[in-house]
Design a protein around this ligand. Structure first.
Ligand SMILES: Nc1ncnc2c1ncn2[C@@H]1O[C@H](COP(=O)(O)OP(=O)(O)OP(=O)(O)O)[C@@H](O)[C@H]1O
Length: 247
């Protein structure tokens, strides 16, 4: 069952992923298909390979073996593994968004400039990028914060800037690594609500690493990793009928 309810093939189709660091096998034969419009939580103990898997799926660090196909609506399938570094970087900038626990926003820039940067590196002129960034920030309740530097924002506000940046390009796949990990639980759930609304709520896919079962429970699907292998793969009961992307 590889298609979502609209008949679209899996937006990411990973087969036989292996990745070693010296004598450590971080990914040990992962097959994973992710549907367009699906939210997927990747869970597992520390060191089980979650971040390595996320980085492989996002084309940040290639696996040693295996293939990852990207199938976007209206576009020819792309073999991420087969792209040269420059083409992979371009692909990431155009089609993927990233919301990590911290560190991806540029502290010297304002909130608005951080969001606009995602467009400008894709060739959008500065004035148009700034205008789009302002709209994206406003949609996330950050009106009035546009000119603040990142250090002048709360943790929750910073994560909403990161979400605005991840969605302003229209990226159809958003990767999140512990996006609420540094936040108190109330703020974390507000950020999670916003992240889900901006991704699956808009027909995009969300691939999220989390240690928090309460965060994972908000996703359509949860996979568990152990020693670089998938040990369980379950659809959320209320979403089981939504699509058939699970293996
Ligand atoms: N750059 C690297 N060099 C050497 N070993 C690495 C590297 N990156 C990851 N590893 C090892 O690969 C294994 C998987 O790491 P990974 O970061 O994917 O785990 P994780 O499940 O995300 O862990 P955590 O929950 O602690 O963040 C670990 O044993 C880790 O030490």
């Amino acid at each position: 069952m590889l298609e979502n309810s609209l008949g679209h093939p899996p937006v990411l189709d990973a087969r036989g992923l292996y990745r070693s660091f010296g004598s450590t096998t971080a990914l040990n034969g992962i097959d994973l298909q992710i549907a367009l419009g699906q939210s997927l939580a990747i869970m597992g103990p520390s060191g089980s390979g979650k971040s390595t898997l996320l980085h492989a799926l996002a084309g940040i660090e290639l696996p040693d073996a295996g293939s990852i196909m990207l199938n976007l609506p209206g576009r020819a399938p792309v073999d991420i593994q087969g792209l040269k570094d420059k083409a992979r970087t371009k692909l990431r900038r155009e089609y993927f968004g990233f919301v990590f626990q911290s560190g991806l926003l540029i502290p010297e820039l304002t909130a608005e400039e951080n969001v606009a940067m995602a467009l400008m590196i894709n060739g959008v002129p500065r004035n148009a990028a700034i205008a789009s960034a302002g709209s994206a920030l406003a949609e996330l309740g950050l009106t009035g914060m546009e000119q603040r530097r990142i250090g002048q924002l709360s943790g929750g506000q910073q994560q909403r800037v990161a979400i605005a940046r991840a969605q302003v390009t229209g990226a159809m796949v958003v990767f999140a690594d512990e996006p609420t990990g540094a936040l108190d639980s109330t703020t974390g759930f507000e950020v999670l609500d916003t992240l889900l609304r901006c991704t699956v709520g808009a027909g995009k896919s969300l691939v999220m690493v989390t240690h928090d079962p309460n965060v994972a429970a908000r996703c359509d699907r949860i996979v568990q990793l152990q020693d670089g292998q998938l040990t369980s793969d379950s659809l959320h009961p209320s979403n089981a009928a939504k699509d058939g992307a699970q293996q």
